[in-house]
Design a protein. Structure first.
Lengths: 419, 247
C-alpha cells in the first residue's frame, strides 16, 4: 500500500514536472527518442527482411534444389568455382533421365541481357531461359494467364514463349499478350502464357525472364552458348530432401567421372542458402542498428542525467519540504528515479508514435515508386516496441540514479532555507 | 527555572538534557547551542524567543528532528532521538512533528488538498482515508472552500492555514511553528494565532519560535535564549487570550 501510494505520487509529480517543462523534457529525451526509433525501425526492417526471405523461399520452393556450377551461398572460393567444368546439356539430360526419386527435374539454361523485339520496339536487359515443359510443375513456373509450354511443344521445338510478369507489363502494358508475337535473336515466338508475379527483394530478376523450350534455346544460343546449365529438382516433399540430394549427388559424380577422392565439382543449392545470406545481412542490420542505438542511448543517458541534475537543483526546496513532513531518503531517491524512468517512457511513447506514422507512410507510399519494397509492412513489430519500452525505462533508471542519489542526500535544513 | 506544579501529572513529551550543537566552520568551532535543558509537557503552549543568532533556529531543528545534537541527550516521548539515523528521524518527523514555517513551504504545483495529504502519503495511509483526513484538517483551519486552489492562488494567510492543516493532519505530538506570522500582515497574523489558540484548547502541544514579543505573549510559557543558552524560562503572566474562538 505504502509503496503503491509512493509510486502513484511519484508518477503524478513527474507528469506535472514534465508538463511544466515540456520543451525541456522533449529536448532531454531526444537521445532516447532517437535510440528507441533505431531499435523499432531496425526491428521493422528485419521483420520485412524475414518476410522477403520467406517469399523467396516460397517462390523457389523449400523442397527444391538446384544443381549448378555456381554456388549460392558464396561460402566457397570463387577461383575454385570458376575453374569448374561447365555442366553441359548432355550431362543435364542424363542426370534428369537417371533420377528416380524426385517429383520433377528440369534443365535450366539462361542468357542475361538478351534483346527482344516486339511491337516494333527493341527491349534489352531481359533474360531468356531455356527449360523443359516440366518447369510448369514447379512454383516458379506457375502461370497467371495462358499456359506453360507442353511436352509436345518441347518435342517439336515449337516457337512458343512464356513471359515473366514484368516482361509482359513492359512489352504489352495493359494489352493481352497471349497470341502476340515477339522476336528473340531474330526468330519469331508466339506468347502462350504469363508467369505469376513473383518478384521479391532477393529475386527481382525472376519477373524479367522469358521462358522458351530448351531445344529452341539451344538452336538460338547453342553455337556460342558456353555457359553452364543448371538442373532444378523438386523433391516433392521436404522430408525426402536428403535422399533426393544424395541420389542427385551420386549420379552427378558418376556423370562427371569424379574419382572417389575428388571433391564435387558442382554445387547443390537449396533455399537454405538464402537463409544464410539473409542471416549475414540481418547481422549487418543488427550490428549497425545496435551500434547506433547504443550511441544514441549514451547521448540519451547524458541528456536525461543532465536534466535530472537540473531538476534536483531546482527542486531542492521541494525535497526539503518532503523530508520535513517525513519523506525518507529512499522515498526521495525513488521519486527521482521514477521521474527519470517516466521521462524516458514518455520519450519511448513519442518515438513509437513518430515511427508508426513514418512506417505507415513509407510502407504505403514507397512501393508505388519502388515495387521491390512491397514486402515492407505498414505497422511496427509489437515485440520490438515492447523491448524498446523496457530498455527505455531501464535507461531512465540508469540515468536517474546519480541525480536521485544526490536528491536523497539533500540536507533538509539547508534545503528549507534554499530560495 | 520556573516550574509548574501541574507538570508532574502530565505526560512529558520533550526532554532535552545538556544539549549542545557545534558547527565546524573552517578550523573554528561555532557553538550554536551550549547547554540546553528543557522539558515540554503535553498540551503546553511554549514560545521560544531570542534575537537572531541566539540559537533558536538550531534548537527548533533539533526538537523537530531535522538535526541531531552534537552533545547531550534528547528524548521525545521517551525515545532517544540522538541515536537515530536519517530514516528513523524521517519517520519520527512524519508521526510526531507538525511543522509550520515562516515561508509556508508548500509545494507550488500541488493544490491545497494535495499539500495537506503529503505527510499521509509518506505514512502509508490508504487513499480514501487520506482524502478524508486532509479534508477534515482543512475544515479545521477554515479552508474547506479552497481545497483545489494552488498556493499561488491563495493569500499569505490562507497559505499559512494550509501549512497548519498539513502540520495537523497526522495528529502529531507537537506542532512546531517557526515565525509563523513573520510573513503576514497583522490581521492575517492574528487569524493564525487564533488558530493556534484553538488547537491548544483542543489539547495540542504547541512550540512557537519567534522574535516578536506580541506573538510570544500568546503562549503560556516563554523561554528566552541568548548565545546558545537559556536565559529565562517563565510562565507568561501577561498572556493574550482570545475570548471567542469560532472558526
Amino acid at each position: 500500500m505504502k509503496i503503491l501510494a509512493e509510486i502513484e505520487e511519484s508518477i503524478r509529480i513527474s507528469a506535472e514536472s514534465i508538463w511544466a517543462n515540456k520543451l525541456r523534457a522533449f529536448l532531454a529525451t531526444l537521445g532516447v527518442v532517437i535510440g528507441i526509433s533505431f531499435v523499432v525501425l531496425m526491428g521493422w526492417a528485419i521483420s520485412g527482411l524475414d518476410k522477403a526471405l520467406q517469399d523467396s523461399i516460397n517462390l523457389i520452393g523449400e523442397d527444391v534444389l538446384y544443381i549448378d556450377k555456381w554456388d549460392w551461398s558464396g561460402g566457397k572460393r570463387w577461383q575454385e568455382i570458376r575453374n569448374r567444368k561447365e555442366i553441359t546439356y548432355q550431362q543435364a539430360k542424363q542426370l534428369i533421365s537417371e533420377l528416380t526419386l524426385p517429383e520433377v527435374a528440369v534443365p535450366l539454361a539462361s542468357v542475361w541481357n538478351a534483346q527482344v523485339k516486339a511491337n516494333n520496339n527493341v527491349y534489352s536487359g531481359l533474360s531468356i531461359a531455356g527449360t523443359s515443359a516440366d518447369f510448369g510443375r514447379i512454383p516458379s513456373g506457375d502461370v497467371e494467364k495462358g499456359r506453360f509450354f507442353s511436352q509436345a511443344d518441347e518435342r517439336e521445338t515449337r516457337p512458343v514463349a512464356v513471359l515473366g510478369y514484368k516482361v509482359a507489363k513492359t512489352i504489352f502494358a495493359e494489352e493481352d499478350p497471349i497470341g502476340k508475337e515477339i522476336k528473340i535473336a531474330g526468330r519469331k515466338f508466339e506468347v502462350i502464357g504469363v508467369v505469376k508475379r513473383q518478384g521479391t527483394l532477393l529475386m527481382d530478376f525472376i519477373d524479367n525472364r522469358i521462358y522458351i523450350p530448351i531445344g529452341n534455346f539451344l538452336q538460338i544460343f547453342g553455337g556460342e552458348f558456353r555457359r553452364s546449365i543448371s538442373i532444378g529438382i523438386k523433391a516433392g516433399n521436404i522430408d525426402r530432401m536428403d535422399e533426393v540430394r544424395e541420389e542427385a549427388r551420386g549420379l552427378m559424380r558418376a556423370i562427371r567421372n569424379l574419382k572417389p577422392w575428388e571433391e564435387d565439382d558442382f554445387s547443390i543449392n537449396e533455399t537454405k542458402a538464402f537463409k544464410e545470406i539473409v542471416s549475414t545481412f540481418r547481422l549487418y542490420v543488427w550490428g549497425i542498428g545496435i551500434g547506433m542505438t547504443i550511441l544514441s542511448f549514451v547521448v540519451g543517458i547524458i541528456g536525461i542525467m543532465n536534466i535530472m541534475f537540473v531538476s534536483v537543483a531546482e527542486r531542492t526546496k521541494e525535497i526539503g519540504i518532503r523530508k520535513s513532513v517525513g519523506a525518507k531518503n529512499r522515498s526521495i531517491l525513488f521519486q527521482f528515479i521514477v521521474e527519470s524512468a517516466f521521462l524516458c517512457f514518455a520519450g519511448a511513447m513519442t518515438s513509437v508514435v513518430l515511427c508508426s506514422i513514418l512506417v505507415f507512410a513509407v510502407a504505403k507510399i514507397l512501393p508505388n515508386f519502388v515495387p521491390e519494397t512491397a514486402f515492407l509492412q505498414p505497422f511496427l513489430p509489437a515485440d520490438f516496441v515492447f523491448y524498446a519500452t523496457i530498455v527505455a525505462i531501464f535507461v531512465g533508471i540508469l540515468a536517474g540514479f546519480l541525480p536521485a542519489l544526490r536528491a536523497s542526500r539533500v540536507d533538509p535544513i539547508e534545503s528549507l532555507r534554499y530560495e | 527555572m520556573a516550574e509548574n506544579n501541574n507538570h508532574q501529572d502530565r505526560q512529558l513529551l520533550i526532554d532535552l538534557q545538556h544539549i549542545s550543537r557545534v558547527y565546524q566552520v573552517g578550523i573554528e568551532q561555532v557553538f550554536a547551542l551550549r547547554d540546553i535543558n528543557l522539558k515540554i509537557y503535553k498540551n503546553e503552549y511554549v514560545a521560544i524567543m531570542g534575537p537572531s543568532g541566539s540559537g533558536k533556529s538550531t534548537l527548533m531543528n533539533i526538537i523537530g528532528c531535522l538535526d541531531t545534537p552534537t552533545g547531550g541527550v534528547y528524548y521525545l516521548k521517551g525515545i532517544n532521538i540522538s541515536e537515530l539515523d536519517d530514516n528513523e528521524l524521517a519517520e519520527i518527523r512524519n508521526k510526531e512533528i507538525g511543522f509550520v514555517f515562516q515561508m509556508f513551504n508548500l509545494l507550488p504545483r500541488a493544490n491545497a488538498l494535495k499539500n495537506v495529504e503529503l505527510p499521509l502519503i509518506y505514512a502509508g495511509v490508504p487513499k480514501q482515508v487520506r482524502l478524508e483526513r486532509a479534508l477534515n484538517a482543512l475544515k479545521a483551519v477554515g479552508l474547506a472552500n479552497r481545497i483545489n486552489h494552488k498556493p499561488n492562488e491563495l493569500s499569505g494567510g490562507q497559505k499559512q492555514k494550509v501549512a497548519i492543516a498539513r502540520a495537523l493532519v497526522t495528529n502529531p505530538s507537537i506542532i512546531l511553528a517557526d515565525e509563523p506570522t513573520g510573513n503576514l500582515d497583522s490581521k492575517s497574523g492574528e487569524d493564525i494565532m487564533k488558530i493556534f489558540h484553538k488547537l491548544w484548547l483542543e489539547g495540542n502541544t504547541i512550540l512557537l519560535v519567534t522574535h516578536e514579543r506580541d506573538i510570544a505573549l500568546h503562549a503560556q510559557r516563554i523561554v528566552r535564549l541568548r548565545d546558545g543558552l537559556i536565559e529565562s524560562d517563565e510562565i507568561n503572566h501577561q498572556r493574550v487570550m482570545f475570548e471567542e474562538v469560532n472558526e
